[in-house]
Ligand binder design. Sequence first.
Ligand code: LMR
Length: 398
Amino acid sequence: MFGNLETLPPDPILGVTAAFRADPDPAKVDLGVGVYRDEAGNTPVPVAVREAERRVLAAQASKTYVGPLGNAEFNERIVELALGGLAATLRERTATIQTVGGCGALRMAAELLHAASPASVVHVSDPTWANHEPLLGNSGIALQRYPYYDPATRGVDFARMLGHIERLPAGAVVLLHGSCHNPTGVDPGPEQWEALAGALERRGVVPFVDLAYQGLGDDLETDVAGLRLLAARLPTLLLAISCSKNFGLYRERTGALAVIAENAATARAIATHQARIGRRMYSMPPDHGAAVAARVLAEPELRRSWQEEIAAMVRRMKALRALLAGRLAARRPDLDFSWLTGQRGMFSLLGLAPAGIRALCAEEHVYVPPDGRINVAGVSDANVDRVADAIVRVLERR
Ligand code: LMR
């Protein structure tokens, strides 16, 4: 039956975790998968999330089914976290389904787009998160890339990005990273978000925002300013939300897909399709993570404590960026590493050639995905010199 199947190569990101775990070198460093780490290298569960879990379990009298759209309170509160006051204004026009993590939200969106408009094309940034194209494309939807990152400036190549959008036909879909672009760490600035909103509006192009890092760039509000601008101006918007990073709920697979439609009747129809797509793939989403996130957002003292913990994560990641940039500059004063501190969130691209990336993993035991992305949160006071030495040693490998 399965004898014709060949063994597949490892996943570009999860395969790095497996390779790291298998390496017996005691000095190995994991800068691969995008999870937050503390100084000891652990990925903590926020105190507020632990307390919310305790409360959820204490109050839970039954584990009967919740339903295909998932936890209604979570859906409402998580969209409110993303959209702020706009969420109430747009409520009638918004169809939200709880999903199996942010990946589930992305895939649900792709399935919905493909069902509604089989000829639509989703345009993704070049480069983008290594799983975007496999995850979305497997639904059958067509994908193309738009220019995004300029390796020479290590910034957004905004003129080319906008030029691409200005040429798109009405009904095309553009996938944007809400904040902390994965893998580059560079986001559009406020004026660029304005220009994007104008171009999408003029062309009738639909924004599809992947919001996996709300709060981890600057803070929970600043990180969604661009998203809110789009939601206020565009008639249709898809929003894929992940609670993995900001709530530390990675393995609980907690997320949501909110679709803002042109009118309330369309939103109601979308909700029925969301439910059917979920039912045909996995039936219903798991409840625990969503119930916990809803408690954190609902209880003022938990929410405050959670926000403080996110702020501490952001301070730490910004400090690690400065630390690594400083150690690299001390070793190579002829090179500019200031881009590291200008970028946001967990990721930056080292800009190494493929041979340098391979050597970093195989010879230096510093593990990164094949695109040379680093997870800044994997750096620590204890390993920063080892990391800087390793990067400098492979810099010139071609
Ligand atoms: C990452 O980019 O490393 C994370 O989003 C984890 C994943 O699923 O790839």
